[in-house]
Design a protein. Structure first.
Lengths: 339, 327, 298
């Protein structure tokens, strides 16, 4: 990576925090998240369900649920802070410059409109094209996402398509306006393995063609290796590790990342060594009410937990030798001679 | 192709239901005390046994049950429901004269209840704890608990007698016989408004509550999140993406209510002297005019069945999944 | 059964947390519903007035006691007199007896028919279900009021005929609910277990499945009492009730021609019906909350 420091990144998220206000009080679901994304870059957010990766995506889109609000930090998109942007401004960006596809292709399309109508809608909204042109463009987009016989299928309703085809339609909708950023929230979780690979290939190809940056949200380390250059591991609303995918997989620094990688034997060859250290991650994610406390939230599940882990939040630190690899842990692997 | 087959099945089923109503009619005549001969004899002021036997033979009443049923069905298929001795008219023409008024009342009440109910439901779904939501809940309680004929009388006292805004009774103003057609239509509309509103009051809040619940559910659906991610305005999301999806349950419920709407129409017609089947039914019951009563029962079932078929049709228009016959 | 309060952030949810026994949980949930509580009190007053009122106010509701259309409160007539100069209070109290009795008996009858149809259809499936549900649909197609008008017309307007006419036409909703519950419950493990233990079909239906199917049926039954009262009022309003007894609907029907002279003769009995049915439906709502707290989504 040869980023010149003078040009601002496409997306620069700085110390983003999100709180939910519930009957039980206020909980911090995202705690001090920072990362950057360059034009055309592909990054993965990894973690168990409930770790805040989807919430990060919704916060970027300005689509937090009603009980949630950004309680701190900035989301700088091409230098503009989206956390303070007006609802109208956000609507102009959504589906246009920042798009999103979701986990459930079966239910993410509106069942009472044809897929052509649903693709045309974004084109008419953001590109101001007329009906006939929107329809022609929809057929082209369906071809681009490799749906066979697109000219005929454009008038189909979602229930006439398979899950994989519906996800392709979702991708067509998301990419219709050639966005700068595409957020893919577990786009293949609900699909067959063979279809998964096809969808990832499609996303990679189209992303490269349109120079669209892709944020993949997943809990599947295989998908990470297939899809992205950089990865960010999240746990309990916090970022625990970030770095180039190859570096992180080769030498995970955070005990949690190690556990995640060990759960997927096929992506790394020296599995045995890892399995010896941490065969699986014991315990469960802490309840959301504990999020945001001044302690390491992974400590209850960590073999290396010591006093300081229970009394203070670990700060982010770079790992020697890898400028872009950082970890938030009191006792990371590979830095203090634990091996 | 699929559509045609489905429609054919539905029609066949509707006809079977109607035939069942005819059989029920016939059974009712049979198990009820007294027969046509008694009625005619009553009209004549008494008759001898021979005359009675003659009448029974004339009407086929001496034949076996199943033969009589066959004869009755044969007549019904030709839309012959017998002769009303009370009105001195064939039952079919009596009903033909009254049916349009009932259809007008029933369908405009349903339409009014649906349109207003859906609008109230959609608006209150956007603010589930707002004033309007509570108002709709209150309205629902009122609509369910107040006797519809009493609601009608209260409206009549308030809006026709105390404030003379609406006519007190009937469907047309006789003084407008020579007025232009549009003026007469307007007059019917003027007469229609209070009865339709009264009848709609039972169902309006029912629909709006279901619409509100259905909207709230739909607004949480994944495809609404997709619509938001597309950058649509809240207005487009609610009125385009959510509304069409939440109409299905409401239309289904409205279809199930057709029978209740016709029942309610009998009471409302009586309150407002609306010249429909309901007032005819009451007159013929008080006059013990059995052929007319049974003819009305048949035609009211027909109205309900046609209403249900229409409901099916509307549901197919709304939801493509039903259209293509998928579960 | 675990208290389901965590999923239902409602009034009384915290109280329910403390109640362990399911029955106590239901009672607590019901008591926490303020509208249902007020409605229970109002309904109790109505019922007590119907039972004891005629004894405490022993005036013949058919007897002409004063000038017609005496307004309420005048000449010692709390609710005034009707178009024949009869005491409205006496009519209202005696009418309440009739309206409530017919409502209750007719509702019980339709609940019994509905449970029988629904249980048999849901338990035996196949041809039995097909036939029973077709019959149910048939009854749904006939406008209920017209159908019972016909029955009353053919068999005479006595209390018994009116009650039967209401009960016989209004059971379809109960049948549908019962069938749905039976279809759901018959697949559950404890039913299979009882079957394996050698329970007869009758035992399975009445002792195993029915008790578990009751909650939604009870709610519907409560609402049925309300609609049966409205139904009776409708028939009586049309003049199709026993001419020898007073009922609320009948008071409205007979005084209807004189609304211009004395609106109160129609307004008061209507209010009585309204308040009674409203109380019953609020109690039904409360029962619904108490019996299926999980199903509420308000």
């Amino acid at each position: 990576m040869t980023n010149s420091p003078s040009t601002a990144p496409l997306l620069d998220v700085r110390n983003l925090s999100v709180q939910f206000t519930t009957r039980g009080g206020t909980v911090t679901v995202l705690d001090d998240i920072s990362f950057t994304l360059e034009r055309g870059e592909r990054i993965s957010f990894v973690g168990e369900s409930g770790c805040g990766k989807s919430m990060t995506a919704l916060a970027l889109m300005g689509l937090l649920p009603a009980m949630g609000r950004v309680s701190g930090g900035q989301v700088l998109f091409k230098g503009e802070d989206l956390t303070t942007a007006s609802p109208a401004r956000l609507r102009r960006l959504r589906g246009n410059e920042i798009s999103m596809i979701f986990q459930e292709p079966m239910t993410s399309l509106n069942p009472v409109f044809t897929i052509g109508q649903q693709i045309s809608e974004v084109l008419r909204l953001h590109r101001g094209v007329d009906n006939a042109e929107a329809r022609d463009r929809s057929v082209e987009l369906l071809q681009a996402v490799r749906i066979p016989d697109a000219a005929a299928r454009v008038d189909d309703y979602p229930h006439q398509l398979s899950g994989g085809q519906r996800q392709r339609v979702m991708i067509a909708i998301a990419l219709a306006c050639e966005p700068e950023i595409l957020i893919a929230d577990e786009p293949t979780t609900a699909l067959d393995v063979t279809v998964q690979a096809e969808i990832f290939a499609l996303l990679r190809d189209l992303g490269a063609k349109l120079d669209t940056a892709i944020i993949l949200i997943t809990h599947d380390m295989g998908a990470v290796a297939q899809m992205s250059e950089r990865m960010l591991v999240m746990y309990a609303g916090r970022r625990v590790e970030e770095g180039q995918v190859a570096n992180v997989i080769k030498a995970p620094a955070h005990p949690y990342t190690r556990g995640l990688i060990a759960c997927v034997p096929h992506i790394t060859s020296d599995v045995d060594a890892l399995v010896d250290t941490l065969p699986e991650i014991d315990g469960i994610v802490p309840p959301i009410t504990r999020f945001g406390r001044d302690e390491c939230l992974f400590a209850p599940r960590c073999a290396k937990a010591a006093d300081e882990c229970w009394s203070a939040k670990p700060q982010q630190s770079d790992i020697a030798g890898h400028s872009s690899h950082s970890v938030s842990c009191w006792h990371p692997f590979g830095t203090e001679g634990s091996r | 192709m699929n559509f045609l087959r489905q429609t054919a099945v539905r029609l066949g089923y509707a006809i079977a239901l109607l035939l069942a109503v005819v059989v029920l009619n016939f059974v009712l005549i049979h198990i009820a005390p007294g027969d046509i001969a008694d009625t005619i004899a009553g009209d004549m002021g008494g008759a001898t046994e021979e005359v009675m036997a003659k009448i029974r033979a004339d009407y086929g009443l001496d034949k076996p049950f199943i033969v009589q049923l066959g004869l009755y069905m044969g007549n019904v298929v030709r839309f012959d429901f017998g002769y009303s001795f009370f009105f001195n008219t064939p039952v079919t023409s009596l009903i033909a004269e009254r049916l349009p008024a009932t259809l007008l009342l029933v369908f405009s009440a349903q339409l009014l209840a649906l349109v207003v109910g859906v609008v109230l439901g959609v608006i209150s779904a956007q603010r589930p704890n707002g004033m309007l939501s509570h108002f709709v809940t209150l309205l629902a309680l009122f609509g369910y608990s107040a006797p519809v004929f009493w609601t009608g009388i209260m409206l009549l006292i308030g809006l026709s007698l105390m404030l003379p805004l609406f006519p007190v009774a009937g469907m047309v103003d006789a003084r407008l016989m020579d007025a232009p057609m549009w003026r007469q239509y307007l007059d019917v509309l003027h007469h229609l408004l209070l009865p339709a509103l009264t009848l709609a009051s039972i169902f309006l809040a029912l629909y709006s509550r279901l619409c509100r619940a259905s909207m709230l559910e739909v607004l949480g659906a994944d495809y609404i999140r997709t619509a938001r991610a597309k950058g649509l305005t809240e207005r487009e999301i609610v009125y385009k993406h959510a509304l069409k999806n939440s109409l299905g349950p409401v239309v289904t419920l409205a279809g199930l209510q057709f029978s209740a709407v016709v029942s309610g129409a009998v009471l409302v017609e009586t309150v407002f002297s609306w010249p429909g089947l309901g007032t005819l039914a009451l007159q013929s019951i008080l006059a013990r005019d059995t052929p007319t009563i049974l003819g009305i029962l048949f035609f009211s079932a027909l109205v309900v069945i046609v209403g249900n078929l229409l409901t099916d049709l509307v549901l197919r228009l709304i939801d493509p999944r039903i259209r293509s016959g998928g579960g | 059964m675990k208290p389901a309060a965590d999923s239902a952030p409602r009034r009384g949810a915290e109280i329910v947390d403390k109640a362990q026994h399911p029955l106590r949980e239901m009672v607590v949930m019901f008591l926490a519903n303020r509208a249902a509580m007020v409605a229970s009190i109002v309904l109790s007053i109505v019922v007590l007035a119907a039972i004891f009122g005629p004894m405490l106010h022993p005036v013949d509701p058919f007897e002409m006691v004063w000038a017609p259309f005496t307004p309420p409160g005048q000449e010692g007539f709390v609710l005034g007199t009707d178009y024949l100069g009869r005491d409205m209070l006496a009519a209202l109290l005696n009418g309440g007896r009739v309206s409530l009795t017919i409502g209750l008996v007719a509702a019980l009858m339709s609940v019994f028919i509905g449970i029988s149809f629904g249980a048999l259809a849901g338990f035996y499936r196949g041809l039995v279900e097909e036939v029973l549900m077709r019959i149910t649909e048939f009854f749904q197609v006939l406008p209920t009021l017209l159908f019972s008008m016909v029955i009353v017309a053919l068999f005479g307007a006595s209390l018994e005929v009116v009650t039967i006419a209401i009960g016989v036409v209004s059971w379809t909703a109960v049948a549908r609910i019962t069938r749905a519950e039976f279809l759901r419950i018959r697949e559950l493990e404890y039913v299979t277990a009882s079957r394996a233990a050698g329970a007869s079909n009758v035992t399975l239906m009445t002792r195993v499945i029915l008790p578990n199917a009751l909650p939604p049926i009870i709610v519907q039954a409560a609402l049925m009492v309300g609609s049966a009262i409205l139904f009776e009022a409708g028939l009586a309003f049309l003049g199709l009730s026993d001419p020898n007894v007073v009922s609320w609907g009948q008071i409205i029907g007979s005084n209807r021609p004189y609304i211009l002279d004395a609106g109160f003769t129609v307004t008061i009995p209507g209010l009585a019906i309204f308040v009674t049915v409203l109380s019953i439906s609020l109690i039904g709502d409360g029962l619904n909350d108490a019996l299926n707290p999980k199903l509420r989504a308000r």
